[in-house]
Design a protein around this ligand. Structure first.
Ligand SMILES: [Ca+2]
Ligand SMILES: [Ca+2]
Ligand SMILES: [Ca+2]
Ligand SMILES: [Ca+2]
Length: 125
């Protein structure tokens, strides 16, 4: 009887130990962006860079993570709408506003992809 109890206790202990905490996303620099995501997008996993903005689309790195966009691509889906202006969850609030940072000093609206912001209104008869 004693042995069975001991055995059960051992099994329970073994199970408890073997459940990996590693299943959780690691975030070594605690900037709220998981290591995997940072590494994938070439961001430092040891430096807090949640407020960085590599692609200068005025959406912070953390904002890009939350919006599921590429922090190195100002227009991840190439639809001529910058990541900051996209509305990922369709609630009428743009990604930039959802993440509400407004840290960016200069906002130069350059169009590197040849996107025309305004419709030229070309007439065709
Ligand atoms: Ca991180
Ligand atoms: Ca980081
Ligand atoms: Ca960005
Ligand atoms: Ca876009």
């Amino acid at each position: 009887m004693k042995q069975i109890k001991l055995f059960v206790a051992l099994v329970v202990t073994a199970l408890a130990v073997s459940v990996p905490a590693a299943a959780q996303a690691r975030d070594r620099d605690h900037d709220k962006m998981p290591d995997r995501w940072e590494a994938k997008h070439g961001l430092s996993v040891t430096k807090k860079n949640a407020r960085g903005d590599r692609d200068r689309d005025s959406l912070s790195n953390l904002g890009e993570f939350r919006s599921h966009t590429d922090p190195r691509d100002a227009d991840t889906d190439d639809d001529c709408i910058g990541d900051a202006d996209e509305d990922e969850d369709g609630d009428g609030v743009s990604n930039a506003d959802e993440n509400d940072q407004g840290e960016d000093g200069d906002d130069q609206g350059e169009d590197e992809q040849g996107c025309d912001d305004d419709d030229q209104g070309e007439d065709e008869d």
